[in-house]
Design a binder for this molecule. Sequence first.
Ligand code: ZN
Length: 240
Amino acid sequence: MKKEYIIITILIVIILIFCLLIITTLNNQSNSNGKSYRETIANNSDEPGSVEVIKNIGNPNSKKIAYVVGMHPLEHLTHETLVEILPNMSNLNYCYDIYVINITEDVGYYGDGLDNYENPGRQNGQNLAYKYVYPEIVNGDYELAVDVHSNIGAYDFKTFVFCPLKECMGAEYADNVSQNCENITYYAPQSTTSGSYLTIPLNENGIPAFYFEEYSFAPQYEKDRHMLELINAVDNLNLN
Ligand SMILES: [Zn+2]
């Protein structure tokens, strides 16, 4: 009788140790996938909006890449697509931070006659990008920055990547991404209104940066598919 009690006790202890081991392993696995968190960078009532960052997406032990969304508030459907998809992906190679500019003044709307370059919300977003996002990225130990936009279809291509400067790492990475994406071309428009607020000074100061442009009126399933292509191609870049 006594012997049986001892055996049962030993069995229970073994089972308990086993359970503890499984719980510890599961915890470690979720940690190595990284716990992302949201931080506010700027939320001043004098500004036409706020700036947040979603940090630590993907592999926290790897090189860091920044995405930027919200510089042009009318293009928000494409921005929201990235924010929906990227933080929910698993097995990413690199560690990602998404900078989110939320413009609340003069957002405008398509069809107001101001959507193509004259919408004052664009300037508000560019100003916040240069004031708050640029310093964070240039001092933030990033290997690359991707500025996410959309367009109304006035260019030769609708879904494309490009760097406003030639012969720099930003252009090389963008070219590499386009070569690995079925639906994303490398196409550099003649000029940009926003380059000097983010991608140009980043490239000039040591952080490769390029634009991703999506067609504003593409159906959501296409936006999703293109965004996945972009995310995967960026995640498979050979960073220097
Ligand atoms: Zn834009």
